[in-house]
Design a protein around this ligand. Structure first.
Ligand code: FAD
Ligand code: SIN
Length: 517
C-alpha cells in the first residue's frame, strides 16, 4: 500500500492531534497511530494541565518553578515559549468546550501540585487527559483533510538525499505500506515501557526515538527519566498512578509506623519535586526495611472520593479505600525528559522531520519536569510545529549542544532477548539510583541485544514482537549510554558514585548521533 500526503503525523496524543488540527487547513494529512486512536499517554493523564491563568500567577512565576524543577538544565528560551504561549492554547481548549472543573464563579478551578508555588493546574477531576483527548479527537475527526489510520505502526522513516520523505508502516493485519509526505511529524510519546515498573500504557515503547536515531537524527538528554513517586504497589494489581494532585490536596506520605517522613529529607516536604520525593522514599524504605504509604485519611472522605473518582476506583479494585486506608506506594518510570532534539518549532536535525510532545526534546524540562507541564508542552509545541511544517523542509540549527557521535552496535549472533529481559535490566541497572558498574554492564548487554535483534530483523523474520523489541532495546541502550556518560547527579539522574551536581563539567545538554552500522 502506498499513500501520498502533504503532511504525515505519527501518533494521536495531544501533540499529534493539536498539530493535525492546524495542518489540515493547509493540506492533506495522514495520521498513523499504532493502536486505537484514543490510546496514548495523553488519555491516561490525571492531574491536569498547567497554565499561568490564575490572578496570583504569571508566566514569569511559572517559568521560575519550571526552571527550579529542571535543576539548572532547562533551555530558557523553550521555557519562555511554553509559559507565555501556554495560556493562549489552554484558553483555546476552553473555548472549544473542554470540561475542566470550575469554581462557583465559573472560572476554571486550579489545582496544586508539587513544586508549583501557586495553584495553576486545570483539571477534569482526575481524568484530565481523557477529556483533552476526547475534545481534540473530535476537532480532528471533523476535518475532512485528515485521514486517520488506526492500528498502523510506523516502522522506519524514509530518507531521500538527506531529507525525510515519509515513513514505512505495518498494520495490525500485517499489511506493509509507506506514506510519502513533504513533512513528517513524530508525535509518538514516551518510553516508560523500557522499564519493568511504569505508569505508562503498553504502547509507550519509545518508537519515535528509535526510529529517529535509526535515520541518523540527533537525540538528547536521554539520561533524564522521571520516576513518579506515588504508584500503587499492591501485589497482583496494575501499577496505577496515584496523582500528585492527591498530595496537592493534602495527602501525605507516611512510613510503616504511621510517621510523616518527607520533612526529614526535604524542606518542601510532600510537595518537593518528584525526583526528590522518589529518592526520599527510597531512603526511607532502606532505613526502615518496610514499605511507605500515601494517606488521605485525615481529609474529608466525601471530598476525596468526589475529586478523585478514577483513582478511588483503581484503589477499590485493589481492595483499598483511597479516602480511609493507607495506600502502599513506590516509584515507577513515568516520563522521559530527553528525546529527539528539536528547535523551538519542532524541527529536528534531519530536514523534513519534526518532533513534538514527549518524544521531542527542546530542553524545556531540563533534568526534571515540573508536574502538568507535559500536556502543555504537547499542546504548545504541537501547534508550533504545525506552523513551521508549512514552510520548506530544512534542518534545525542546534547550536550550543555537545554532540557525541557513536557507531551502532554490530549485528551479532547471540539469541534475541525477551521484552522482560530488557525491562528488568533497565529497572535494575538504569533505575532510580545508578552507578558505573551496573551501568557499564547494562550498556554492553543492551548493545549486544540491539545487534542481535538487528540481525534477526535482517533475516526477514520481522514479526510485531521483534519490531517492538528492536525499539525497546535501542531506547534502553541509548538511555543507559547517556546515564553512564553523565558523571554527576542532577534532577532525575542520580549516580550513587557521583552524588553531587557538577555545574563545572556537566551543565550542558548532550546529543547522540548514531552512525549507521
Ligand atoms: P502520547 O499521548 O503518548 O501519544 C503518542 C501516540 O503515538 C499514541 O497515539 C501512540 O499510539 C502513537 N504511537 C507510538 N508509537 C507509534 C508508532 N510506531 N506508529 C504509530 N503510532 C505510534 N502530563 C501532564 O502534563 N499532566 C498530567 O496530569 C499527566 N498525567 C499522567 C498520567 C499518566 C498515567 C501518564 C502515563 C502520563 C501522564 N502525564 C501527564 C504525561 C503526559 O500524559 C504525556 O507526556 C503526554 O500526554 C504525551 O503526549 P504526546 O502527544 O507526546 O504522546
Ligand atoms: C500526576 O497526576 O501526578 C501526573 C502529572 C504529571 O505527570 O505531570
Amino acid at each position: 500500500m502506498h499513500l501520498d500526503a502533504e503532511f504525515l503525523v505519527i501518533g494521536s496524543g495531544i501533540a499529534g492531534l493539536r498539530a493535525a488540527f492546524s495542518l489540515a487547513e493547509r493540506g492533506d494529512v495522514i495520521m498513523l497511530t499504532k493502536a486505537d486512536p484514543r490510546e496514548s499517554n495523553t488519555g491516561y493523564a490525571q492531574g491536569g494541565i498547567a497554565a499561568a491563568i490564575g490572578p496570583d500567577d504569571s508566566p514569569a512565576l511559572h517559568a521560575r518553578d519550571t526552571m527550579a524543577a529542571g535543576d539548572g538544565l532547562c533551555a530558557a528560551e523553550a521555557v519562555d515559549v511554553l509559559v507565555r504561549e501556554g495560556p493562549r492554547y489552554v484558553r483555546e481548549l476552553i473555548e472549544w468546550g473542554a470540561a475542566f472543573d470550575r469554581e462557583a464563579s465559573g472560572q476554571p478551578a486550579l489545582g496544586r501540585e508539587a513544586a508549583h508555588s501557586v495553584r495553576r493546574v486545570l483539571h477534569a477531576k482526575d481524568a484530565t487527559g481523557r477529556e483533552i483527548a476526547r475534545l481534540l479527537g473530535s476537532r480532528v475527526s471533523g476535518r475532512p483533510r485528515v485521514r486517520v489510520m488506526d492500528d498502523a505502526m510506523a516502522v522506519d522513516l524514509t530518507v531521500d538525499s538527506g531529507t525525510c520523505s515519509g515513513a514505512t508502516f505495518v498494520t495490525a493485519a500485517g499489511v506493509q505500506g509507506a506514506v510519502t509526505a513533504r513533512q513528517t511529524l513524530l508525535a509518538t510519546g514516551g518510553a516508560g515501557q523500557v522499564f519493568r515498573d511504569t505508569t505508562n500504557p503498553a504502547g509507550a515503547t519509545g518508537d519515535g526515538i528509535a526510529i529517529a536515531a535509526r535515520a541518523g537524527a540527533r537525540v538528547m538528554d536521554l539520561e533524564f527519566v522521571q520516576f513518579h513517586p506515588t504508584v500503587l504497589n499492591v501485589e497482583g494489581a496494575p501499577r496505577f498512578l496515584l496523582s500528585e494532585a492527591l498530595r496537592g490536596e493534602g495527602g501525605r506520605l507516611i512510613n510503616d509506623a504511621g510517621e510523616a517522613f518527607m520533612e526529614r529529607y526535604e524542606p518542601a516536604g510532600d510537595l518537593a519535586s518528584r525526583d526528590l520525593v522518589a529518592r526520599a522514599m527510597f531512603r526511607e524504605v532502606q532505613r526502615t526495611g518496610a514499605p511507605v504509604y500515601l494517606t488521605m485519611a485525615h481529609l474529608d472522605a466525601g471530598f476525596v472520593r468526589t475529586r478523585f473518582p478514577t483513582i478511588s476506583r483503581a484503589c477499590a479494585n485493589a481492595g483499598l479505600d483511597l479516602a480511609r486506608d493507607r495506600i502502599p506506594v513506590s516509584p515507577a518510570a513515568h516520563y522521559l525528559m530527553g528525546g529527539v532534539t528539536t528547535d523551538l518549532d519542532g524541527r529536528t536535525s534531519l530536514p523534513g522531520l519534526f518532533a513534538a510532545g514527549e518524544v521531542a526534546c527542546t530542553g524545556v524540562h531540563g533534568a526534571n519536569r515540573l508536574a502538568s507541564n507535559s500536556l502543555l508542552e504537547g499542546l504548545v509545541f504541537g501547534a508550533r510545529a504545525s506552523a513551521a511544517m508549512q514552510g520548506a523542509p530544512k534542518a534545525a540549527r542546534l547550536a550550543g549542544i555537545d554532540v557525541d557521535d557513536a557507531a551502532w552496535p554490530a549485528r551479532g549472533t547471540e539469541s534475541t532477548p525477551s521484552a522482560s529481559d530488557v525491562r528488568d535490566l533497565m529497572w535494575r541497572a538504569v533505575g532510580l539510583v545508578r552507578a558505573r558498574g551496573p551501568l557499564h554492564e547494562a550498556v554492553e548487554r543492551l548493545a549486544a541485544w540491539v545487534g542481535a535483534v538487528a540481525a534477526a530483523r535482517q533475516t526477514g523474520a520481522c514479526d510485531p514482537e521483534l519490531r517492538r523489541l528492536a525499539n525497546l532495546a535501542t531506547v534502553g541502550w541509548l538511555i543507559a549510554r547517556a546515564a553512564l556518560r553523565r558523571e554527576e547527579s542532577r534532577g532525575a539522574h542520580f549516580r550513587s558514585d557521583f552524588p553531587s551536581r557538577d555545574d563545572l563539567h556537566w551543565k550542558k545538554h548532550i546529543a547522540d548521533r548514531i552512525r549507521p552500522a
